[in-house]
Every structure is written in structure tokens, then in C-alpha cells.
Design a protein around this ligand. Structure first.
Ligand code: SF4
Length: 351
């Protein structure tokens, strides 16, 4: 059985020809699957019964089961917890902001990066998601949004996992999401976030895509980075920044640096000064994110005064800065939190 969201336009044409079916069927099938988000072959009523039967016995349309859907008190954030076929969990988050409907997708089950501040990091790495499973998160959320006459408008690879450690599946999924016959989202509306996997950044630069790249910097120097990001021991900061700059030049897209502010770790004024020095003269934006506490992690969010002061120094040095509070704190919307909760609950039930 082949996972359908992996099938390219050419491959479907080839299959239809081999089955003696006319090629106009391709458009009908893609329309049901990608535009109408239908995940049951039997519901595709303009296809012949025979073709539906053939599709059913050759292609799988859904592999994830929705376990829990939680909405934040302000209604702006909805978190979806999915159970995969082997019983592990991943999550996606839908963020509503004006007309934007952004989905934050997971790219792995758990994460090999093990960042000190992250729930996914605590889980360790279980497996890579397939491109099919990444695309299915968007299809299922489109199905959910269709009830309100809406669709996903933006996709960010910022959920569970380090996307560039699952390079092939992530790039394949971006191609499916942006393909005009499939989900048809502009690549400029797709953002990949990385903790700094140099070889992945270099490969992505050569793909000739237009996706936005966000670097999870989180520290103004290698020494502080190593304390909270284990991969910093492998990837030198100056080489990562060179790679990010090269990507920005090549794609003509500004780089974004994310910086989670953690009390007593990276939030002091000397850190702000050092960050200004590090990013001086670069075409970039800095996104400050006050830390969102994760159960079992003894790190704290800085006081509001410290956050404002940090931001003030960056602005004074003419950096473009935004400060983003994690949306959906009340539904554990920091990456990996809901899946971690589910596993703890399942472990407790089992013991
Ligand atoms: S912050 Fe991102 S890269 Fe780091 S452990 Fe969490 S999911 Fe992985």
C-alpha cells in the first residue's frame, strides 16, 4: 500500500495510464485530496466505482488518528495531538491571527537535539516522520477549518523535531505543500526553523526554494549556547551564521534569528550587547520569545522588566526586533508538551 501524499503528479499520471484511466482523473483526484481534504476514497463521487476501488486497494490516505484537540481560552490557538500507526504521538498547532491560519507542524517523533528548554528534547528521538505524515497534518487541519469556511494559509516547521535532521522528508513535503496541483501554498508562506544543522542549511540553499529560514540562536555566543543546546558542541556558531547569511543572499529572503529569553542564562544586559555585536550589519530580524515553562524543566521566564530592557538595547542598536509570547500557554502549546503529557499519562495508566 502506497502513502498517497507522497505520490507526485507524474507518478499519478503514470499509474492512471497503466490502469487504462483517462488523465483528466488526476485533476479530479488531486482536487478531492488536496483542495477538499477528503480522506476517504468512497466519498469521491465523481470517480467511477471501479477507479475508487483501485485507489482504495493501492493508496493509503490517512495514517494518523486525532486523539485530542484543545483550544486556548482566547480561541486563537488549537492544538492537535495525533496517534501514529505504531502508537507514538506527535502534535500540530493551529494559530489564528487576523486572516492568517498558520499550522506549526512536527517533523519528527521526539527530537535528537535535546535542547534544555524544550519538552520534545526531553523525550529523546524516536523516529523521523515521513513526508506523507507531515503533509497529512495540514490536510487534516484543512478538513477541520473547512467547517468554518477557512484553509491553512501558512506553514511553519517549528513543532516537534529538528526539520533539517529529517531533510529528505521535509523537503519532499515542502514540494507537495507548494505544488500548484496539490496544496498550492506559496513557498514564501512556509518557514523552516533550525537549531543550526550546517549541512542541512547548505543543502537547502542549493534547492532553489523560496522558504523562509529561521535560526534558533538562543544565545549570543558559543559558550552560552552549549549550555542549552547540545548540538552547539558539534556546530560552531560562526559557521552556522555564515550558512544562514549565504541562504539569505541566495534566496533574497531576510534571515530571522529566534532568541528564547531564559532567566539567569541568556537574559542579561551583557548578553544583549553581545547579541548586537554578533548581528551588527546583518539583514535580519530578531524574534525574542520569553521562555514558556515546561513541566520537569527547571528554567524560568525572565521578569517583564528584564525582557523590556533586553528588547530596548537591541532596538537602540537598530536591530529589527519583535517579542512573541508563546501562544496557548493554557493548552501546553510549547513544542512537544502535549505529546509528552500524553505519554506520561499513558505510562501512568500502564503502570
Ligand atoms: S527546540 Fe526544536 S530542535 Fe530543540 S529539542 Fe525542541 S524541537 Fe528539537
Amino acid at each position: 500500500m502506497i502513502e498517497f501524499y507522497k505520490v507526485t503528479s507524474q507518478e499519478l499520471e503514470f499509474w492512471l495510464k497503466a490502469e487504462g484511466e483517462p488523465l483528466f482523473r488526476k485533476k479530479q483526484i488531486f482536487d478531492w485530496v488536496y483542495q477538499r481534504s477528503v480522506t476517504d476514497w468512497d466519498l469521491m463521487t465523481n470517480l467511477s466505482t471501479e477507479l475508487r476501488q483501485k485507489l482504495k486497494s493501492n493508496f493509503r490516505l490517512s495514517t494518523m488518528e486525532l486523539v485530542r484537540e484543545s483550544e486556548s481560552d482566547d480561541g486563537e490557538t488549537t492544538k492537535f495531538l495525533w496517534r501514529l500507526r505504531e502508537g507514538t504521538y506527535v502534535e500540530s498547532v493551529l494559530i489564528r491571527s487576523d486572516k492568517r491560519r498558520t499550522v506549526c507542524v512536527s517533523s519528527q517523533v521526539g527530537c535528537p537535539a535535546r535542547c534544555a528548554f524544550c519538552a520534545s528534547g526531553q523525550k529523546g528521538f524516536v523516529r523521523n516522520l515521513t513526508s506523507f505524515e507531515i503533509v497529512e497534518q495540514i490536510i487534516q487541519i484543512n478538513q477541520y477549518l473547512a467547517e468554518q469556511g477557512e484553509r491553512v494559509t501558512h506553514v511553519v516547521y517549528m513543532g516537534m523535531g529538528e526539520p533539517l535532521k529529517n531533510y529528505n522528508a521535509v523537503v519532499a513535503s515542502i514540494r507537495q505543500i507548494s505544488h500548484e496541483e496539490m496544496l498550492n501554498l506559496s513557498q514564501r508562506r512556509i518557514t523552516v526553523s533550525t537549531v543550526g544543522i550546517i549541512e542541512g542549511i547548505r543543502r537547502l540553499t542549493k534547492e532553489n526554494m523560496q522558504v523562509n529560514l529561521v535560526f534558533s540562536l538562543h544565545a549570543p555566543n558559543q559558550q552560552v549556547r552549549k549550555k542549552i543546546i547540545p548540538y552547539a558542541r558539534k556546530y560552531p556558531l560562526d559557521e552556522i551564521i555564515d550558512g544562514i547569511e549565504e541562504y539569505a543572499r541566495h534566496t533574497k529572503r531576510n534571515a530571522t534569528y529566534e532568541y528564547i529569553l531564559i532567566e539567569g542564562i541568556n537574559d542579561e544586559l551583557k548578553h544583549a550587547d553581545e547579541l548586537c555585536e554578533l548581528l551588527k550589519g546583518k539583514q535580519c530580524a530578531v524574534n525574542l520569545i520569553p521562555y514558556n515553562p515546561v513541566p520537569g524543566v527547571r528554567l524560568k521566564r525572565p521578569k517583564t522588566k528584564a525582557i523590556k530592557h533586553f528588547m530596548y538595547i537591541l532596538r537602540k542598536n537598530r536591530l529589527t526586533v519583535t517579542c512573541r509570547y508563546t501562544k496557548g500557554d493554557d493548552i501546553a502549546a510549547a513544542c512537544g508538551q502535549l505529546a509528552l503529557q500524553e505519554e506520561i499519562e499513558c505510562d501512568q495508566k500502564a503502570s
